[in-house]
Ligand binder design. Sequence first.
Ligand code: FEO
Length: 389
Amino acid sequence: MLRVNDRRKELFENIWPLPDGVSYNCYLVEDDKNVLLDTVESGSDGDFVSHVASVLGDKPLDYLVINHMEPDHSGEFGAIVERYPDIKIVGNSQTRKILENYYPDMAGERFMEVTDGQTLNIGKRTLHFVFTPWVHWPETMMTYVEGDGILFSADAFGTFGVSDANIVEHEGDLASYESEMRRYYTNIVGKYGGMVQKALAKLSGFDIKMICPLHGPAWKSDISELIGLYDQWSKYEPEEGSVLILYASMYNNTARMADSLALRIAERGVKNIKIYDVSKTHLSYLISETFRCKYILLGSCAYNGFMFPMMDFYCSNIKQLNIKQRSLAIFGGHSWNGGGVRMLDKFAEEIGWEKICDSVDVRGMASADKMSAFDDMVDAVADKALGER
Ligand code: FEO
């Protein structure tokens, strides 16, 4: 593995926060023919080509296999071809189309187009190409090493965060990665759950002993658990009985409603409740939590006759992600004509999630005497979360 741990980058894809950085992995398979699988983001390694050459020594680099074209993995293609001018580039027809627009010189004679299931013998080993489109881009594929049982899985099974261990992580610590792995999956690939399901069905025919993704640790243990997480997330299956309350509030009235709701639902015996202020918590985490939770309670104050801008930002993004099997309750506040709850109701119609009770729109101060307006909402959410309705 040739890994770059990038601790400087603040935002992945210039949008998703990286509190613990991110790693770019690529892999060198040495055999009669030497193969590099993907590269790293341009400039993330001080001198990537020298890094490759220091491992290969005087040996040639025969193939560059492109499992994924996104620039965080294709950034050093040009430098590799310049250093190894006889190299063959391996990819599929979609890879070639994208390559033509990034590195046109590489999409010509040196490009070796492979079909789904095609193999390439490199000596003692045979590479088996498995097309997995839209996990994450249309050209994305995986490469399985027959015999060794190693799956080079492109973006799949990756995570945010740098990797402290050089090759593989210690066995049995998947749980410590799960939250950031879910955030990575849901932010980057989450929209394409159906395609991930197709990819998992294909992979079920392979004896996988090790998974080598393009980000995060390589996995020698927890393989079935890892695949199980992807199966759950790509089916949009939430945690049973989980409640997520997201609110937008200027002067704490809608915030007070959110806290009151959480307290009263918890008093009914629901344990798995989380609250976030959408102005405070980055969309990245809100998306991840929306994948995790079943009952989504959205609250917004009115703003310019509309919902609050940060809640609108959440809603417009969440509509793109095809999340299914969620139930919704809506609340908020206003001072004269409203708009927050009205627009959240419109969002509910557009996204098509089950609405489990009438919306509540409080005028003015969210004082204790007005909280009885939430009685039905508390009962509906608690009953559902506890499996009593
Ligand atoms: Fe890590 Fe889709 O690139």
